[in-house]
Design a protein around this ligand. Sequence first.
Ligand code: FAD
Ligand code: NAP
Length: 321
Amino acid sequence: MPDTRHTRLLIIGSGPAGYSAAVYGARALLDPILIQGLQPGGQLTTTTEVENWPGDTEIQGPDLMVRMEAHARAMGTEILQDYIAELDLSRRPFTAISDSGQRYTADALILATGAQAKWLGLPSEEAFKGFGVSACATCDGFFYRGQEIVVIGGGNTAVEEALFLTRFASKVTLVHRRDTLRAEKILQERLFNNPKIHPLWHHQLDEVLGSDMPRGVEAVRVRDVRTGAVTEIPAEGVFVAIGHAPATSLVTDQLETHMGGYVKVRPGTTETSVPGVFAAGDVTDHVYRQAITSAGMGCMAALDAERFLAEHTADTAHAAE
Ligand code: FAD
Ligand code: NAP
């Protein structure tokens, strides 16, 4: 069993929230350790152009995250490729155990575990995951050159995925359960002006249809939510883009949550229900869920942690003995 690593500040997550917390935590001389998790760089590594990061009219999501990582490292953060499997917040120092068995203890902790793609929960969706069903157009779009694709959803992600997929697909059908999109107006305009994209309003996905040998998608069965009428649409690819759920499995029953599972923080701060544990980014934000707001909350969390550590240095040092 590897030795226990102790740190004043442990940051879990390597999205905009985690890296921003790391920049501030390192500049406060807290020598933070940041654990990247299974998706180094977070959700923005699954997209292409980001056009709303101030200072960059357009930047590729993965490039932005490489720059954030380099920045956090240059300021003195120790960045580790590891995944936290267990967390004990019942007493300080807090304990985190990674899936490799490494044990970390921390006087303060920032939870920046972000969010994960939601699925519809259909058995046929599950059966064809990785074989024609995906939640990441930038990862898998390339496989559908000259083919027909269906995208499910009506938010920013669905519209961006549909637009991106037109680079490869011969036709993209956007299936949405209403006739109004949530996506930003500028994205909607691009969508409606793209001749390869065909919106299908008031429909939901009922079943993904395909073959076993070789395993692959051939069509989808969709239902009109007003009339119940069922139609089949030929498609080799199905991209599910119906939103994201906060990644809170580490803290279930340890931190107060609200609004369908988001970690609850004291308004105007990043303080969770456990003193010394701070939450930042999509894991706590059910409203804005943007890179810039996540980064802002990462900054707040590091400042809150710094203040907490300054006030509790004596008891954390004592508890660690
Ligand atoms: P995330 O980016 O979700 O990162 C979470 C991190 O936590 C990951 O690094 C993960 O590995 C880590 N983690 C999770 N569990 C563990 C664990 N147990 N142990 C260790 N680490 C763990 N926003 C914009 O502002 N502009 C855009 O153009 C834009 N485009 C988007 C396109 C797509 C396709 C998607 C899905 C989202 C987009 N967003 C965009 C939203 C933006 O990506 C998120 O708001 C932002 O990434 C949230 O940052 P975060 O740091 O809170 O979490
Ligand atoms: P979202 O905004 O929550 O939208 C989810 C979409 O999926 C909605 O249109 C919703 O329909 C639909 N949906 C949800 N559950 C469904 C179900 N069971 N069956 C069918 N449809 C379902 O999620 P998102 O688009 O992933 O965006 C998440 C956050 O990231 C947002 O804050 C967004 O602004 C941000 N983001 C930003 C950018 C950008 O700035 N360019 C890009 C991507 C994401 P209803 O509309 O009917 O509810």
